[in-house]
Ligand binder design. Structure first.
Ligand SMILES: [Zn+2]
Ligand SMILES: [Zn+2]
Length: 329
């Protein structure tokens, strides 16, 4: 059940004459106009729409409560490759893990409770809802709507500036929650290795990086392709984590619509987009997706198939698993 900060001014117990609403996401007490009704004002701290509906914070959520079976299956296949963990740790120690952190610290804006406080509050909401320790978060100037989570011992999240310019408040929370989901699902080590392998492959600088022998081994052992195939499936688990935070399937659906339709998203019919997702799922099986993914990986895409992802999240909601989790203590 959602925690109540006090007995008189929280949630649905709002007295008729009170002009305050406590934000269901971050707990901030907000002054509202007398004619206030749900979703007509935004929280002054996290900027999320104010509502007297409850917001669930999970006391003891396990990744096994929501992980997508394709993620578990691909991860088991990945872990079965002999020598994978030691090869990846070696790769990360000799390549760019530290360099990436230095780069983000030097060339991006670090989000704190004073710097972009509404974005920081959204990170806090995602972390307290799923039960994850707060990671560092950076905003980087980049025209592509995207976000990443990196790190080995200490994860950190990077949001592209385009994402914040184009997404609404609840869609931004959905993306941040998806990234926090990668931390909660213990994806970060493999995910960082996947990104580095992609980076080295795309930039054709693999041979210049110290430890290129390790990279050759990783490629020859099939670790690279298994890792990239898993990384796409891992996205499905984190879309579920994002839903557990936003607690609104359509916030995930609209985010996917913007990932698919870009800046023209405001002109796209959301119901037709959902229909397109259902149609996609009906027509294509896993084998087709493998081929499709391989093509996308070659094309350097990082988060493919938003249409398929929205279909997957709708299927999960319809399966009743999401509703069961929301009822869990
Ligand atoms: Zn708030
Ligand atoms: Zn992701």
């Amino acid at each position: 059940m959602p925690k109540k900060k006090s007995d008189s001014d929280s949630g649905s117990n709002l007295p008729a004459k009170s002009h305050f609403v406590r934000c269901r996401y971050c707990g901030q007490k907000n002054a509202v106009k007398a004619d206030y009704v749900n979703n007509t004002a935004n929280c002054g701290r996290c900027k999320m729409p104010l509502s007297n509906e409850p917001h669930k914070k999970f006391a003891d959520l396990s990744k096994h409560d929501y992980i997508h079976p394709l993620d578990s299956k691909a991860l088991a296949a990945l872990r079965a490759i002999p020598g994978i963990d030691s090869a990846l740790k070696k790769l990360l120690s000799v390549t760019v893990e530290t360099a990436l952190r230095v780069m983000f610290n030097a060339s991006s804006v670090k989000v704190t409770s004073k710097q972009c406080p509404d974005i920081h509050a959204k990170l806090q909401i995602a972390c307290t809802t799923l039960g994850v320790e707060m990671p560092d978060m950076f905003i980087m100037q980049n025209p592509v709507v995207n976000a990443f989570t990196y790190g080995v011992d200490k994860p950190y999240i990077v949001l592209h500036s385009a994402l914040l310019e184009r997404l609404s408040e609840d869609e931004t929370l959905a993306v941040i929650a998806h990234e926090v989901g990668h931390i909660h699902s213990e994806h970060v080590l493999y995910l960082t290795a996947a990104r580095i392998i992609e980076l080295l492959a795309n930039a054709s600088v693999g041979a210049l990086v110290p430890g290129s022998e390790i990279i050759k081994f990783i490629v020859s052992a099939g670790i690279g392709s298994a890792l990239l195939a898993w990384a796409r499936r891992a996205e499905l688990s984190c879309d579920r984590a994002a839903l557990l935070v936003t607690q609104d399937p359509h916030a995930i659906g609209r985010t996917m619509m913007k990932l698919a339709g870009g800046t023209f998203a405001s002109k796209i019919d959301y119901d037709l987009f959902l229909e397109q997702g259902r149609e996609f799922q009906k027509n294509y099986d896993e084998k087709f997706l493998d081929k499709f993914w391989a093509n996308l990986i070659n094309a350097g895409q990082t988060h493919p198939l938003p249409v398929w992802r929205v279909a997957e999240i709708l299927t999960w909601v319809e399966s009743g698993q999401y509703a069961d989790l929301m009822k869990k203590d």
